[in-house]
Design a protein around this ligand. Sequence first.
Ligand code: WTA
Length: 635
Amino acid sequence: MNPYQIESLEQYFQVYNESVQNPEQFWGQLARDNFQWHKTWDRVLDWDFHKPEVKWFDGAQLNITENCIDRHLKNRAHKTAILFEPNNPKEPAQHITYKQLSEKVNRMANVLKEQNVQKGDRVCIYMPMIPELAVAVLACARIGAVHSVVFGGFSATALATRINDCDCKIVLTADGGFRGSKTISLKAIVDEALHDCPGVRKVLVCKRTQEQVVMQAGRDAWLEPLLEAANSDCPATIMEAEDPLFILYTSGSTGQPKGMVHSTAGYMVYTAYTFKNIFQYKEEDVYWCTADIGWITGHSYIVYGPLANGATTVMFEGVPSYPDFGRFWEIVEKHKVNQFYTAPTAIRALAKEKLEYVTKYDLSSLKVLGTVGEPINEEAWHWYDTHVGKHKSPIVDTWWQTETGGIMISPIPYCTPTTPTFATLPFIGIQPALRDAEGQEVFGKNVQGRLCIKFPWPSIARTIWGNHERYRETYFSTFPGNYFTGDGALRDSVGYYRITGRVDDVIIVSGHNLGTAPIEDAINEHPKVAESAIVGFPHDIKGNALYGFIILKEQASAEEQKALKAEINQQIALQIGPIAKLDKMQFVIGLPKTRSGKIMRRILRKITVGATDELGDTSTLLNPEVVDSIIEGAV
Ligand code: WTA
């Protein structure tokens, strides 16, 4: 029996039991048998969730790009590694083989070296979904530089915050990016961001949209000529298992975004292993994850997980609605995609359109469908199952987080029977626990609680960049001894998990995590705003949308209010990005607060859905009188 490839439910239970009874033995064997090391570890695992500290494969040496690229050159040199599908369907797709990928990555790595980028330096990558983005990520890994990819939809302010937080000296970007009928002027956004980033000394710019950009002498350079001139051989830097591989920012419920730090060996082993099993990838398959590499899903399941398995991974530049709502299915037919992984928000948007957009394409190549990023509602699940999977492709509802690095709870297709809206069973090695508000573990079946993980897994983020105390406080202080996910979940009569959503002040809008605090900060910066509170409310397509309750410093006429709403959304788009704009705004005279001054978002949430009979006792509030007026003005 090969534990690297799980092929039945029985085998899953057997391997699962082994992995929790004897984790060091299990992961050690798996890592030894399936990856290339320059030196193996002194110890498989060292951990203490109280400190907190986690080390996997400590003492081992490796380079992840040798595992993702070089080792495939023997048997897969001419196999497509990255299949690039451009935004415009008339532009030909690019099939980049492992050999070609190797050359590209080596050249890019040499370009970085020429710019004096060294092991441990942070490199900011702000690029559209073009092959150069994946190449840049891998080039950093090749030389041991720590990549920090910032999603191309983030604004200049958000980009500047992320560049400064981890002190990047160099930014890789493109002139612009295509997204549907729009172009995004990435270089111009970088220019704006860099006004506030004195540490950046170099910007390398890749050509994509051919739009006019301003190149600052001495600082900015075009990438293409540098790549052409660079040597196509760059020896991989030998990394320690626990050396940081990348930083990726995620929203917290308060304050600055958190730069989650992932390290090398554990991340590699876990993303590769989950990819192989959760998508049941077979050698000839074409796998497609529609995420952006700017998010963790793209890091783990477009780049590292698939490439570590020698897979063909599709990279799509565009959006599901361009040139029409059939675009995803057209691509599935064109490239005979076997595994398709997307977000519930995309499914809901497509399910609203005419069925013809799906039925006109041949989707018979599909074997596995996946979803990630937020709970999938039953209706969307059935639409996906019926119209895309034709009831023959199992749906893997994969629950995980930026912090977990890889998929944590998910069916294994063709092994685990699926149930709509349930992420089902923990993956190999994952030990979930549900806890009640007092911190007691809730055992047994048909129970609910806060979802925690009791034991480390190889790809857990090791810290928050520059702020280990925040890492401890955020994830390990609520339930001492456990990692707390911030999600609620229930466990049903067969032991399946269903994720019920966030229990903190993070709101997931169209699959993007948004913290309330940074949005409120952006609103409060408007000179006419005194205070604000954001809550999520259910939205047909986005899952959740944002509702802002805003106190103005002075009364405003209806006309002025209209203008203010537009200005406030503009302010949010500038500070964070268009994804954080509010769907609804209400100007209020006050916000319901506890006696200690904390905003009672629970009350606001009830008001947004009209559940005013469920407000509970409001008399203990500091200012109960505001509640009625908020209810009256609700939009
Ligand atoms: C939510 C994305 C329900 C959850 C990989 C989690 C989900 C947050 C699911 C992490 C799912 C992710 N079912 N909820 N299958 N997958 N979530 O960091 O609230 O962008 O905590 O990572 O998304 O979002 P993140």
